[in-house]
Structure formats: structure tokens, C-alpha cells
Design a protein around this ligand. Sequence first.
Ligand code: DAH
Length: 313
Amino acid sequence: MSDIEKLRAELKALGAEYAKIKTLPPEDRGKFGRELNAKKQQLLSRIAHAEAEAESANVAPIDISAPCAINSPLPRLLHGTKHPLMVELDHVVAIYSDMGFDVMESCQLDDEFHMFDSLNFPQAHPARDGYDTFRTTENFIPPAHTSTMQHRALKKYQHKLTSGGQIAVGIPGRVFRNEDADATHEHTFYQCEGVLVSEDANMGQLFGVLKRFFELYYGQKLNIKTQPGYFPFTEPSAEFLIEKPASLGGKGWLEMGGCGMIHPNVLKMAGIDPQQYHGFAWGGGIDRLAMLKYGLSDVRYFESGKLDFLEEF
Ligand code: DAH
């Protein structure tokens, strides 16, 4: 007889005991009944325990030495890959590195000084409103452009000037704007900033760097052109456009970002003498580059987390 069977037999015998209650004198019946109930509860719980143990003993043990089916299909989510924007960002960084630029990553939470003051935005100037800037309740700023890093880059690499070299930095980063999203606007996107300072930096070199960058990125010969622009941190300022890449039909011009000669005040604030050194800077969106490369019509796909979209890359 197994343990469980013994316990069940005990329970059955106990059931017969209940019949005795009515044969007892009334004053003894209560005590006798309570003792029977307590015994019954105890037996029931021992039986439940024994049954649970027997059940788990019936589960076949796992054979940890068995070969594992490495080729069985994994659930869809486990096929992780790099996000397409990160792939493009790596590509952009690799091009700047190959061209001899140092690389710095931008801050995702910044302050009034780096967003505006260090970039020569006058106090209370309307240009400060042009950037649809978010603010935290503590007055921190999720940067609206990667230009917030210019001051830091100029300070960090200043020693290169004093040792006879030049400052050349590429700064990719995530930026945020408080504006309504549509097919060509997102509240969160990526930019890359470029900063170059030397004794003889000039606009000609700036356009040469831009042309070279776009040709390497799209892997084809491309023309670029500029049109006048306004940014408080550059003088003169320009917007740059590229010829539509062949993959997109190759007709027309596309606006890709802003650029210019770094304003003397920006150099001065970072401790660089604008009489001795000159610099140029530029910045443009990485989402934009990728959209053109892949012929995408809606920038919102990038932040959507849609697997159908991501799996195409
Ligand atoms: N930060 C500007 C924007 O997002 C683009 C830009 C313009 C960057 C001129 C620069 C520059 O470095 O010199 O609109």
C-alpha cells in the first residue's frame, strides 16, 4: 500500500468514527467532534501534500546532455539587428573619422548656456524661439540641435591649435524639437555637427569637406550648392543643398543643413583668439540622409518601432 493509500484509508476509518458521536452523552459530544474535525483536517492536508509530491515526481527529468535544436526558428523578436538610423550614424562617423576628424557624442540633456549663450544668441532674441525648444521643469534643455556641442568641442581640442595643428571634430547626436510631427518632421531625430578651426580655415574648404562627405556617403559624384541663411553662431551663414542622388532620379536640389564661418564671438567665448584662428561649422540631419538613401517618404517610421519597417533593413 502506498503512503497516499494509507492516508486515504485512515481518512475513511475516521469517517466511521463520526457515527459514534450520537452514542456519547451530550456533554462529551462537542469535544469529541472537535477532535475528529482536527484529525480530519490534518489528514486532508497530508493527503494534498503527498498528492502534489507524487505529481511532480511523475514529470520526466530534463536531459541536459541532449543535443539542442539550434536551427529551430526563434520567435520573431529575438532576431535583433541594429536600428537603421544607428547603421547610418555609424556610417557618417566612419566617414568623418577617415577624413581625420575626432568624434564626440552630444549630450541628450543640456542647458541654456550651451543651447543659446555660447552660440551667440543675444538674450531674449527672437532667434531663440526659432528652435521649438523643450525644457524640463528644472530648466534643462533636451538639445534642439547638435550645435550645443560646439563650445565643448572648441574647448576640448583647443590644445591642438596651440601645438600647431587644427581642431576637426564630428559630433553625432540625438536632438529634440517641440513641433508637430508629419511626414518630414519628427520631435526626435539625429544630427551630425562638424567643426573645423585652423589659422587659414575658409568657406572654400568648408564646401570641399561637404562635397567630399556627401560623395562618400552616397557613393557617387555629387554637386553641392549653397544659399544665404541666418544663424547667430556663423558669419556669413549659409544653407547647403545637394544634387538629388541618382537613386532618386537625380533631378533637382535637396536642402541638407546649415553651415558658415564660426562667429568670432563663439570662438572668443571658448577662449580662442578670432584674430589668429578661423573656423567653419555645419550641421545636418541623419534621418534626412537615410530617407534619401532608401527612398523613404515618412520620417516617422524611424521612431515608430514597427517591426515590419525595421525588418526591411
Ligand atoms: N544647428 C543648425 C540647425 O539645426 C544647423 C547649423 C547651422 C549648424 C550652421 C552649424 C552651422 O554648425 O554653422 O538648424
